[in-house]
Design a protein around this ligand. Sequence first.
Ligand code: GDP
Ligand code: IMO
Ligand code: MG
Length: 420
Amino acid sequence: MIDVVLGLQWGDEGKGKIVDVLTPQYDVVARFQGGPNAGHSLEFNGQKHVLNTIPSGIFHQHTINVIGNGVVIDPITLKKEIEKVMASGVDPRKNLYISEKAHLIIPTHRLVDAASEAQKGEHKIGSTLRGISPTYQDKIGRSGLRIGDILTPNFKEKYQTAVANHKLLLDRFNHSYNLAEHEPAFFEAVEFLKQFKIISSEYFINKLINEGKKVLAEGAQGTLLDIDFGTYPFVTSSNTITGGVCSGLGVAPQKINKVYGIFKAYCTRVGSGPFPTELHDDTGEQLRKQGFEFGATTGRPRRTGWLDLPTLKYAIMLNGVTDLICTKSDVLSGFDVVPVCDAYDINGARVTEIPYNFNDAPIKPLFKEFKGWSEDLTGLRKFDELPSNFKAYMEYVEEQVGLKMSVISIGPDREQTIVR
Ligand code: GDP
Ligand code: IMO
Ligand code: MG
């Protein structure tokens, strides 16, 4: 069987931390989509680690970690990540497996990403500039390069063909660039990756599942950034929802068991796009400060706002969430009131479903207010110890979404986790 962990908002819900906490219950952790646009933070023994492409089970040396076919890999960032993990005493050569079908991000993908964003001007997506969209475009356009290609004798030829296509695009964007600056590091990283286990991961994972091993699929980004159901075009270029697990790892839907859906006790978003409950005032600044809301990958300040139930319910529906996890609960201490958005007012109508014109509609969030609490939650370890005002807030969310919280996270460290 395979269980899934994924984000129910706009990313950065704390997936890395939760995967790290759950890993001891699994034999395998596998990423199924996204790439180095992700930044997953883990904290234990007083140390913080940020992973971009490597699954968050890597620090458990006996756990098999798989980068699935649905992922896009930048050899340069992956090499750097591996070296950092090695510096902390873990050797990914033993427990990291890479799908031969995962697509390669090459330096010109990053250049095209930057050129495309520059051309969009104020309408830019706010991409992480990691080359994600151009790489997935090439995959869908059937002209991509895959990890398996690095092992073929004509890899350089395939690479040059791709570069020639990208150069045409860059010329059209009138984008100046210096490719020679990036190529040596790229080819060095490609050589470096050859010492890893490059495999047919769909056979590998299915064999493990058939042997009764437990697999955890780790999502990147979040449901509201899904290419089909997110706030298009302000989304990423992959399916971030449970459905993405089947195509991103090659497992059949009936093999999927639990779906852990993670949400923050409030909302954040990096990059452009609609955000109905966004706060532009001191309260928003306080949320950013208390939650340390700065991107793990790009360092950009995250936009902040209150919890939004219509989008949360939408995400739970799309993913078939069975287990709900609330993170960053500790961040809400010290606010006089904690509002939660129940519905939207759109031109005088009360709306609870996400409308097609979500990006442009004059959406006013309708809030229900809860009395705040001032207790520090970070040292608590039992559900019963949580302040009654916090519980009232959580119970309302549970009642609204029709699911009980199975885990409440009250700090970035592994230990700061309340399992119900
Ligand atoms: P991911 O992309 O979903 O893995 O999340 P990120 O790592 O990008 O962002 C989550 C941030 O919040 C990281 O800095 C985590 O260390 C931190 N974090 C995770 N859970 C909690 C929590 O319960 N409380 C607090 N205060 N921080 C948390
Ligand atoms: P994790 O896995 C938050 C956002 C970008 C941008 C949009 C498109 O850490 O939760 P892309 O580079 O994918 O073309 O950018 O998606 N974005 C994320 N936001 N967390 C992430 O990953 C993100 N990955 C992409 O900010 O708005
Ligand atoms: Mg992140």
